[in-house]
Write a protein that binds this ligand. Structure first.
Ligand code: UD1
Ligand code: UDP
Length: 378
């Protein structure tokens, strides 16, 4: 039996963990035992707990309870606490997802404890090191023994960085195994997409009609913590709403706090606008339904950009670059940064385009491929 210790902490990692946990429970329960460790990076009910029941993720074996604080202190506390669990559990592998501070802490703790590391969502690059995520993912990749890339581009990025693409064991940190397995989030959107239809009451409650509303999210520090960007993005929403567009926006706690502190007048306008619904974070089934039924997605989220693509929706990306370059290359997503005029103008451009959605993210069986490769490599 292989003992796999998985680190989760932020919302997207909890959701990603559903795919691997589902594969282990359904297909590999006799071969892989998974220990879930939640760092506590996200802790509000609607940022964490809501996903466990809805997505059938086992309750974490450990919750380290490390909440919001300066990223340096947060990462240090996480490393310390994860190391304690590693000493106790002595797993064969430590698995991290994505690019958050929990990912970084897990990667460093595994390295120092000499436990081989697995990185899911390896090889992504925005080539913008002012984003904490870019630094976190680079460390995770370079400390890993198994790297699972969601796309061909991700594998190419690793090659450009000097990795040799080994696919035959034995693997170790100096000779890691690298696999383009597809995206576990595509697995999830395929698996949960139909179940999301059960959440129709959210649409009814908010008077949202199919293909008649914009779905909006925003939470990147560059957009929330820089006052001009924050104002510029939400001014664009107000302009679109003034033109009659309906907008549903479940806002990350970071964004609500930023609006309250840096742009209270705009928040008041958003709250009182008849075409805008400002809403707390929603569950994964609810967001999946909103993404399926909207006419356009506007977001700076990595995960939401891709889900727009999975559900064949146009997407305006509130960033100047993206690690998911294929979305922009396909023409279904446009980078608009935090520029009011560009957001409003490109909304019209994208609405009038005929879009195509090629198969870029695998076949919806990434989790199964990952489990197979872990078993082969153990
Ligand atoms: C983190 C990740 C980011 C990811 C995002 C997903 C890092 C560096 N960033 O950003 O890559 O896209 O999660 O959502 O790890 N807060 C609450 N309740 C919570 C969690 C957070 O109120 O349950 C508030 C706190 O004020 C906190 C702020 O949100 O200071 C930011 O949280 P944090 O986890 O530091 O970063 P995110 O912006 O969520
Ligand atoms: N998500 C959710 N409810 C929300 C907003 C996002 O369930 O109100 C999901 C979303 O569908 C995606 C993941 O959270 O699967 C993305 O997380 P987020 O946007 O917080 O982070 P990122 O992907 O940018 O790291």
């Amino acid at each position: 039996m292989i003992k796999l210790l998985t680190i989760i902490g932020a919302r997207p990692q909890i959701i990603k963990a559903a795919a691997i946990s589902r594969a282990i429970q359904g297909l590999y329960a006799d071969e892989i035992s998974e220990i879930l460790v939640h760092t506590g990076q996200h802790y509000d009910q609607n940022m964490s707990e809501v996903f466990f029941n809805e997505l059938n993720i086992p309750q974490p074996d450990y919750n380290l309870g490390i909440g919001s604080m300066h990223p340096a202190v947060q990462t240090a506390k996480m490393i310390d606490a994860i190391f304690g669990v590693l000493e106790k559990e002595e797993p064969n592998w430590l698995l991290v997802y994505g690019d958050t501070n929990s990912t970084l802490a897990g990667s460093l703790a595994a390295n120092k404890a000499e436990i081989p590391l697995i990185h899911i969502e390896a090889g992504l690059r925005s080539y913008n090191k002012s984003m904490p995520e870019e630094n976190n993912r680079i460390v995770a990749d370079h400390f890993s023994t198994l790297l699972f890339c969601p796309t061909q581009t991700a594998e190419e990025n690793l090659r450009k960085e000097g990795f040799f693409i080994n696919t035959i064991p034995e693997f170790h940190i100096d000779r890691p195994g690298i696999f383009n397995c597809g995206d576990v989030m595509y697995d999830n959107s395929k698996f949960f997409g139909d179940l999301a239809e059960n959440k129709q009451s959210l649409l009814e409650k908010n008077s949202l009609k199919e293909n008649q509303f914009i779905f909006f999210t925003c939470h990147r520090p560059v957009n929330t913590d820089v006052k001009e960007n924050l104002s510029s993005i939400f001014r664009a929403c107000l302009q679109l709403a003034d033109r009659g567009e309906e907008i549903f926006m479940p806002l990350h706690p970071r964004t609500i706090k930023a609006l309250e502190q840096r742009a209270p007048a705009i928040l008041e306008e958003l709250n009182s606008h008849e075409n805008i619904v400002v809403h707390p974070p929603v569950s994964f089934l609810e967001i999946s339904l909103l993404e399926k039924k909207c006419k356009m997605v506007i977001t700076d989220s990595g995960g939401v950009q891709k889900e727009a693509f999975f559900f064949k929706k146009p997407c305006l990306v509130l960033r100047d670059e993206t690690e998911w370059v294929e979305l922009v290359e396909s023409g279904s997503a446009i980078l608009v940064g935090a520029n009011t005029e560009k957001i409003v103008e490109q909304f019209e451009v994208l609405m009038s385009k005929t879009l195509s959605f090629p198969q870029i993210f695998g076949r919806g069986n990434a989790a199964e491929i990952i489990c197979e490769r872990i078993l082969e490599s153990s």
